[in-house]
Design a binder for this molecule. Structure first.
Ligand code: SAM
Length: 203
């Protein structure tokens, strides 16, 4: 799986070794065990998905993680992306709107020895009480770049978010240069489950 991601253009050795290290089948129902190391998104509970490994690697690459970065993830899902970020040395805060998913990810990650700070709630609002963050990653499809998340970045911080309609989204990277200036970059297209909340889709 790591080799497939590498062949598709992800050259960052840290990301490749994190993907090699974190066993993806732990995050899936045994019915999906055989497909766990294929480069595709798979079903988890509650009609949600664990992202395709290439997508995880791509978003992680755009975040440009440095050791010790304080990272907010919106959409904990299975917890897999959080583990990849922790392997890269990030201090991870992750918020999920569906409590059962957060609880399941929390107990798995604890068994695996990972300790992100997990929250249940509407991630479209960010986590103002823990802001500012070095990096913010949104792992569900947003209708537009959530401005309040840009506000929760430190100067020099990066937000990575898929933005578009409910069928396809463009991966967007916002680099916040200062409190008043940011640059927006547009990358490949992807397909995510919707980001549902006050500043996302209604349902
Ligand atoms: N990062 C996850 C992983 O590694 O398994 C995959 C995330 S899945 C593609 C998207 C997740 O975003 C779903 O679990 C969904 O419930 C969650 N989500 C959608 N809207 C949300 C919101 N407003 N706040 C927090 N989580 C949200």
């Amino acid at each position: 799986m790591a080799q497939t991601v590498k062949r598709k253009g992800i050259r960052d050795e840290g990301i490749i070794s994190a993907i090699e290290k974190v066993p993806r089948h732990y995050f899936l129902d045994s019915a999906f065990a055989e497909q766990a190391y294929q480069d595709k998104a798979l079903q988890i509970d509650e009609g949600q998905t664990i992202s395709q490994p290439y997508t995880v690697a791509y978003q992680t690459m755009l975040l440009k993680i440095n050791q010790g970065d304080k990272v907010l993830e919106i959409g904990t899902g299975s917890g897999y992306q959080a583990c990849i970020l922790i392997e890269l040395g990030a201090e991870v805060y992750s918020i999920e709107r569906i409590k059962s998913l957060s609880d399941k990810a929390g107990s798995l990650l604890k068994k695996m020895g990972y300790a992100p700070s997990l929250f249940v709630g509407d991630g479209t609002l960010g986590l103002p009480e823990h802001a500012p963050f070095d990096k913010i990653i949104v792992t569900a499809a947003a209708p537009e770049v959530p401005k309040n998340l840009v506000d929760q970045l430190k100067p020099g911080g990066i937000l990575v978010v898929p933005v578009g309609d409910r069928d396809t989204q463009t991966m967007v990277q916002v680099v916040k240069e200062s409190e008043t200036k940011h640059h927006t970059h547009f990358y490949e297209t992807f397909r995510f489950v919707p980001l549902i909340g006050k500043k996302g889709w209604k349902s």
